[in-house]
Design a protein around this ligand. Structure first.
Ligand code: F0G
Length: 360
């Protein structure tokens, strides 16, 4: 039987006997060791596959708890602003636990797979002429008067639940990694990993906390630029956010661990997404690939990674964003007849060599 976050980490979560057990099978996602890039850079690199969560992103780790606490408070309606994944996750848990779910999304700026998820799970979808920051502002303004439970990461239980990602990494590595690279949008996830490591390492009597690298997209990088970005833009729509709600804790995470916020271009994001897919067999969405793009940038700028344990959090599944994949990751399809000779010719004419020579 798969372990259940709610039960397994109960001692570290704000649950009590009146908190209903909520689960869709979230968490305990694979921590996959990179074969080709570990060897290339002489380090121990891991990818945490958060796209393996039930709605395809890390949001489920926080959503199970936010929904459990909403049920504990006898709420019947949940609401969120979202760049896509929060809405998919809220809609999934809302459907399962009979909650009315309202999602507010920026028009035209959410990946089609995420929108379809919210629709399939039966959420009420409101699309606004505006960006995520404006959607979140609206959610804050209307939720009280309409008795909605906000399930964005400004809900403290979301961060409490998302801490479990760090617990799993420590349990699996038996220590904390040297470096952790992760995408940053509203800055909730980096904050929750920071809280999680601190709490878990103390209990486990492990001293070292990883150095946090928070990666933002070039034109949506308020934490790198040190100012609110009014009109953020990036093809990694999940992190198209100009005014992160959890900035303070995120800054603490980076400062306290001597880490850094850095920004990567859309080209670097797509290149990283393609590299992870083509050389590790892992298809993550563009925002998630920002973590690896950040690592590559740091390596190019001289970060010492030799023998270091490094984790890149791959926050969401690549299938959520087929439009960007169509545009940037497409490869040639060779068309031919069903005749075996012509199929053979097609294979030979289309074969290419891998940049990695490692044999297994
Ligand atoms: N990666 C993915 C795939 C995301 O969907 C998000 C955020 C992030 C990274 C950044 O995490 O906001 O905690 O810093 N998505 C939110 C949403 C904003 O609405 O789905 P963060």
């Amino acid at each position: 039987m798969k372990k259940i976050l709610f039960d397994h980490y109960k001692d570290f979560l704000p649950v009590n006997s009146s908190t209903p057990m909520v689960s869709l099978g979230e968490g305990f996602t694979p921590l996959v060791k990179s074969l080709n890039f570990s060897e290339k850079y002489d380090c121990e690199l891991y990818f945490k596959l958060e796209g393996c969560n039930p709605s395809g992103s890390f949001k489920d780790r926080g959503m199970f708890l936010a929904v459990a606490k909403a049920l504990e408070k006898k709420k019947s309606k949940i609401i969120c602003a979202s760049t896509g994944n929060t809405s998919a996750s809220a809609a999934a848990y809302g459907a399962r636990y009979n909650l009315q779910t309202i999602v507010i999304i920026p028009s035209g700026k959410i990946a089609v797979g995420k929108l379809l998820q919210a629709m399939a799970y039966g959420a009420q979808i409101v699309s606004i002429k505006g960006n995520f920051d404006q959607a979140l502002e609206a959610v804050k303004q209307i939720s009280d008067s309409m008795d909605f439970e906000i399930v964005n990461s400004i809900n403290p239980f979301r961060l409490e639940g998302q801490k479990t990602g760090s617990f799993e990494i420590v349990d699996e590595l038996n220590q904390s990694p040297d470096y952790q690279f992760m995408p940053v949008g509203n800055a909730g996830n980096i904050s929750s990993y920071f809280m999680g490591y601190k709490m878990y390492l103390e209990r486990k009597k492990i001293k070292d906390i990883p150095t946090f690298f928070g990666i933002q997209a070039e034109n949506s990088a308020p934490l790198v630029d040190g100012k609110i970005i009014e009109n953020p833009s990036t093809l990694a729509t999940a992190i198209r956010i100009g005014n992160p709600a959890s900035s303070d804790l995120a800054k603490e995470a980076v400062n306290e661990t001597q880490g850094e916020f850095l920004k990567v271009s859309d080209e670097e994001i797509i290149s990283a997404q393609s590299l992870i897919a083509k050389h590790e067999g892992i298809f993550c969405e563009p925002a998630s690939a920002a973590s690896f793009a950040g690592l590559l940038k740091k390596i190019n700028n001289g970060l010492d990674v030799k023998n270091k344990k490094i984790v890149c959090i791959l926050t969401g599944n690549g299938l959520k964003d087929p439009e960007n994949a169509q545009k940037y990751l497409k490869s040639k399809i060779i068309k031919t007849s069903s005749n075996s000779e012509s199929i053979k010719k097609a294979i030979i004419s289309g074969s290419s060599t891998n940049i990695f020579k490692r044999m297994f």
